[in-house]
Design a binder for this molecule. Structure first.
Ligand code: ZN
Length: 345
């Protein structure tokens, strides 16, 4: 029997519909069991998952206006429910900032993707604080029942970027102190992600939370530019979509095709900091992410503070001169592909 919630999970969620007590779970095609857990939170699992089956958290809409990956996830739910997409592992689908999705904005009070790992407790009156706490609980509960075997826990958090990028699709990997995994790099390659940014300090993103607190192989994907619902050319996101479907079907890495190239790696070496309102960022307002600059280039000034490029080449990521004084106005990275790929475990 068709379940309207599963046929269009996005529309169901945007409408604010909540299932009655009798309608919170059921079985769909192929014996997949589904459970509605919260607004925008849906768990799906095969009737008899293999013992060491993967547990995959797939999230989108942590920024409410990043519509394309939200639509992809909603289509994925529909295809699993109808039996046209295979599911051999546990799956938790999360549409992140539902209220912001309804308003077609990034967030209402605070960037949800800066409130994880407990930071929501510091802004209790923020509209986003309860949602950050709820999404932390959802992830914790989901992974509590997951296999502890290495590589069994995955979190793919899908975003679209505001600005252009020298690498159109890239990923950010959280810093937990653990080495980066070969399986993740291979999966990113299969998803046609051409560059990976490696953080070197702890963050407050959702993928950082699941990596640190839940032991997940976690990544944040930046999949091209933001557009309104229905206006996305979803074929541009086919690489990530197919790779996610392979991961869920258990066919990831076993196709026998020529392996996709691993992404290039870039490690954060510094940040540009805005100290005062006199801050001046000396790059074009629309400079693409990962634009390279040569040694000696002055990228920012603010009173006595200067940011001068020290390496032969440094690239700027997420420049933003409009942040509040004291905050980060840009990340600086250098290429570390060789060292990174040779140290994957
Ligand atoms: Zn985003």
């Amino acid at each position: 029997m068709p379940v309207p919630m599963l046929d269009d999970f996005l529309a169901y969620t945007l409408a604010g519909t909540r299932p009655g007590a009798e309608e919170k779970q059921g079985t769909c095609a192929g014996g997949v069991r589904w459970s509605w857990l919260d607004d925008g939170v849906l768990q799906l699992e095969p009737t008899a998952p293999e013992k060491a089956a993967r547990s995959v958290l797939a999230s989108a809409g942590v920024h409410g206006d990043e519509t394309a990956p939200i639509e992809l996830l909603s289509h994925l739910v529909r295809d699993i429910a109808q039996g046209s997409a295979a599911l051999t592992c546990r799956l938790l689908v999360i549409l992140g900032n539902v209220d912001a999705m309804r308003d077609a904005c990034r967030y209402r009070d605070d960037d949800l993707n800066r409130l994880f790992s407990g930071r929501h407790a510091q802004v209790p009156n923020s509209h986003e604080a309860p949602r950050a706490a709820a999404l932390e609980r959802a992830a914790t509960q989901f992974f509590a029942a997951a296999s502890a075997e290495r590589g069994a826990r995955w979190h793919i958090d899908m975003h679209t970027a505001i600005r252009a990028s020298a690498f159109e699709q890239f990923a950010l990997l959280p810093h937990t102190g653990m080495p980066f995994s070969h399986a993740m790099f291979e999966w990113l390659g299969e998803a046609r992600i051409s560059a990976v940014l490696l953080h070197t300090t702890k963050g407050n993103t959702y993928s950082h939370f699941t990596a640190q607190a839940c032991g997940a192989e976690a990544c944040t994907l930046e999949l091209g530019k933001v557009r309104p619902f229905g206006e996305n050319d979803l074929t541009r996101f086919a690489g990530a979509d197919e790779a996610l479907r392979h991961l869920l079907a258990g066919t990831h890495g076993t196709k026998g095709d020529a392996k996709a190239a691993l992404p290039r790696a870039f490690t954060v070496i510094d940040q540009i900091t805005k100290h005062s309102d006199a801050f001046e960022l000396r790059v074009a307002a629309d400079v693409p992410n990962f634009t390279p600059f040569v040694k000696g280039t002055v990228l920012a000034c603010d009173g006595d503070y200067r940011y001068v490029v020290r390496h032969d080449e440094e690239r700027i990521v997420f420049p933003n001169a409009t942040v509040k004084p004291g905050l980060r106005a840009g990340l600086m990275v250098v290429e570390t592909t060789q060292d990174t790929l040779s140290s994957l475990v």
